[in-house]
Design a protein around this ligand. Structure first.
Ligand SMILES: Cc1cc2nc3c(=O)[nH]c(=O)nc-3n(C[C@H](O)[C@H](O)[C@H](O)COP(=O)(O)OP(=O)(O)OC[C@H]3O[C@@H](n4cnc5c(N)ncnc54)[C@H](O)[C@@H]3O)c2cc1C
Length: 350
């Protein structure tokens, strides 16, 4: 599973940008911040879904781009804070940020991550001033220590900063203990294929850990953001972890990527049908990426397809659905919520 997929890699590299852009379309809000804000507003208004906004900015090749990425994140903080629709804290989008957006010395290429800490601290200060939550995404294993160190330090200093743990990594078992009570942690299996000496290589085992480790974090008072599109895993988390502990939506949330067709499940959760009846339903948050130019979005999508061959199948199937008129952008969420409202006497308890 972890051997380099040479033919696959060459195929992805040979794909014309226009084709990659077509693949990226269902997942990317657009090529400017306004498009992402509009998607976040419509998701909230039409379906009660909240967003986390992400600037696609992983391929950083100049100081100018580093400065531009920082400026865009500051603009994102201000745009979210200024928007009337996001006034209530539970409705407010968070921002997702990758440390590699702010350095010309990425750790996965032997660098020391120079500039990352300062950039994220600048964003965190502005985010704190304006009440916008921040999450530091997790990149491959070279970034784990560095990311946890920065995120935990900021959280301990009173910033509303969360991060991500990848259950495929063996080290995560020990990292759970480093997370302070009350911090936000997104739990994922991890998108980066890692070598077998440091990580699991089979998805079912990663998903067992996703449930078990999420439970451990919750038991330690950490706010867990379960991020998975595996419907069975999400249902098991709710049935086996949330229900027995009678947890309310102030303790955890469910996250998915914008564009992955899981709208009916999300609406069911929002309506409180899968969570303790006497407790607040959790937030359901969609990860909404945007770019400042389409070549950034296509670079992101190409990298994901290259790094994770199974992603190519999902993306292709999703695209076919979109072309057949199903799962088209925001409409799928609005339609799912309309179906739910029709079938349910109780409106969603968002
Ligand atoms: C909100 C969010 C934030 C994330 N942040 C990070 C991060 O910071 N670091 C990191 O390493 N990983 C991150 N991930 C990715 C995560 O680690 C997994 O790689 C990804 O979610 C796939 O795992 P899964 O649990 O959904 O299971 P899978 O078995 O991969 O997916 C379950 C099913 O969902 C469908 N599906 C999954 N992905 C797609 C897709 N793109 N298009 C269409 N259908 C799809 C398929 O039908 C698939 O069978 C994030 C994921 C989400 C949802």
């Amino acid at each position: 599973m972890n051997a380099p997929a040479t033919l696959h890699t060459r195929l992805v590299d040979a794909m014309p940008a226009a084709l990659i852009r077509l693949f990226a379309r269902p997942y990317v809000a657009g090529d400017h911040l306004g498009a992402a804000i509009t998607v976040a507003q419509r998701l909230l208004r039409g379906s009660g879904l909240v967003a986390t906004l992400d600037l696609l900015a992983e391929e950083v090749s100049s100081e100018e781009l580093v400065r531009a990425n920082l400026a865009t994140y500051l603009e994102m903080v201000r745009a979210v804070a200024a928007e009337e629709a996001f006034r209530a804290p539970r409705d407010r989008p968070s921002l997702s940020v990758k440390l590699s957006s702010f350095t010309l010395a990425p750790l996965d290429r032997g660098g020391d991550g120079k500039g990352c800490r300062e950039a994220v601290e600048t964003i965190a200060l502005e985010a704190k001033r304006l009440g916008v939550p921040l999450t530091i995404d997790m990149e491959d294993r070279h970034w784990t220590d560095f990311t946890l160190e920065i995120a935990i330090d900021l959280a301990k200093r009173g910033f509303d900063v969360g991060t991500v743990l990848q259950t495929r990594l063996h080290r995560t078992e020990a990292d759970l203990a480093r997370i302070p009570e009350g911090m936000r942690v997104r739990m994922v299996i991890g998108i980066y294929l890692e070598p077998a000496d440091v990580a699991l290589t089979e998805k079912p085992a990663m998903k067992e850990r996703l449930i078990a480790q999420s439970a451990r974090l919750l038991d330690r008072g950490v706010y867990v953001e379960l991020a998975s599109h595996d419907e069975a895993v999400v249902r098991r988390f709710l049935r086996e972890v949330v229900m027995p502990r009678s947890l309310g939506g102030e303790r955890y949330e469910v996250q998915m990527l914008y564009g992955v067709p899981r709208a009916d499940l999300l609406c069911e959760i929002l309506a409180g049908r899968l969570t303790p009846p006497d407790r607040m339903a959790p937030l359901c948050r969609l990860y909404v990426p945007f770019a400042t130019a389409w070549d950034q979005a296509t670079a992101y999508c190409r990298r994901r397809l290259r790094n994770n061959p199974s992603m190519a199948t999902y993306v292709l199937l999703n695209l076919l659905q979109a072309l057949r008129g199903r799962n088209a952008g925001i409409a799928q969420y609005e339609e799912a919520m309309a179906r739910l409202r029709k079938s349910s006497p109780n409106p969603p308890r968002h």
